[in-house]
Design a protein around this ligand. Structure first.
Ligand code: IPM
Ligand code: MG
Length: 326
């Protein structure tokens, strides 16, 4: 099985090195191939997603990604994030799964990943007005909604579809499509929630949710909130899946320039993304489970500063490796 590793920027490179190390310890025939991506790729080639990188990703069984983003490029015309947005679209990984777990909380954000505001028309008018547009086609909504219902079947069978149907036409269509296909999943309970209310409920009562089904931008925001109430971004991994391989597996966090180079990044989100890759991308559920358990045990033994502990990245990595060898 071939995995393309895109370390990217900041702590992305640090946690990617950890993932490579840990994956090589597993009893699997994994070929890891590193490619240039993000800010690092802009520096060398001017393009955050060079053609060779894209071709390698297409040919891989899975893509494992660190994080992209460089503060010095925040205002540039070509930004690292553009590479990420393009790669998601090129691989058509429309279903982004972001689990959040803590005591009494076990929810999954199912975020539409290749439509909406991120990909709509944008521009600047002569008077200086700048616009981004949110656009969805019904078939884009239908495929993510079906995915959400299907995934819910393997969980507690509750879907909360999140929108802003009191205001946005895209949300009204979203709700109609979800309602239309819901009868195909009579075993799954469905409710609808407005996104602002959902933000509050996530903070006050996250335990009430099972699957949160939502569009791209709402999912971006709500998945950070969900991570925040379940231990922070250092713990949150994600899987982005299309119809076939390869999927993209990446932490919810960014490149964290404030702590990059200090050796204190929490690699758990990346390792959990690697576990999601084993389960959803490479059909290795047993190794996924083993890795997840090793990460949980290591986090309890050697918490990093984001969790109030004092462990470094390499100490936590060491703890994961010794759990795996037990
Ligand atoms: C995420 C990130 C990305 C997004 C950024 C880096 C473009 O915030 O994966 O949640 O907005 O999708
Ligand atoms: Mg985000």
């Amino acid at each position: 099985m071939k995995v393309v590793l895109l370390p990217g920027d900041g702590i992305g490179a640090e946690v990617s090195a950890v993932a490579a190390h840990v994956l090589r310890e597993l009893p699997l025939q994994l070929e890891l191939e590193e490619h240039l991506f993000g800010g690092a790729a802009i520096r060398e080639t001017g393009d955050p997603l060079p053609p060779e990188t894209l071709a390698a990703c297409r040919a891989a069984d899975a893509v494992l990604m660190g994080a992209v983003g460089l503060p010095e490029l925040d205002r540039a015309d070509v930004r690292p994030e553009h590479g990420l947005i393009r790669l998601r679209r090129e691989l058509d990984v429309y279903a982004n799964l972001r689990p959040a777990r803590a005591d009494g909380v076990d929810l999954l954000v199912v975020r539409e990943l290749v439509g909406g505001l991120y990909y709509g028309q944008r521009g600047t008018r002569p008077d200086g007005t700048v616009f981004d547009t949110m656009e969805y086609r019904p078939d884009q909504v239908e495929r993510i909604a079906r995915r959400g219902f299907e995934i819910a079947r393997g969980r507690r069978a509750q879907v909360t579809s999140v929108d802003k149907a009191n205001i946005l036409d895209t949300s009204r269509m979203w709700r109609e499509v979800v309602e239309r296909i819901a009868p195909d999943y009579p075993d799954v309970e469905l409710d609808h929630m407005l996104v602002d209310n959902c933000g509050m409920q996530l903070v006050q009562a996250p335990g009430r949710f099972d699957v949160l089904l939502t569009e791209n931008t709402f999912g971006d925001i709500l998945s950070d909130v969900a991570a925040g109430v379940t231990g922070g971004l250092g713990l949150a991994g994600s899987a982005s899946l299309g119809t076939d391989r390869p999927g993209i597996f990446e932490p919810v966090h960014g490149s964290a320039p404030d702590i990059a180079g200090k050796g204190i990044a929490n690699p758990a989100a990346m390792l959990r993304s690697a576990a999601l890759m084993l389960r959803h991308g490479l059909d290795e559920p047993a190794e996924a489970e083993r890795l997840e358990q090793a990460v949980d045990a290591a986090l309890a033994a050697a918490p990093t500063p984001d969790l109030g502990g004092g462990a470094t990245t390499s100490e936590l990595t060491g703890a994961v490796l010794s759990e795996l060898r037990r």
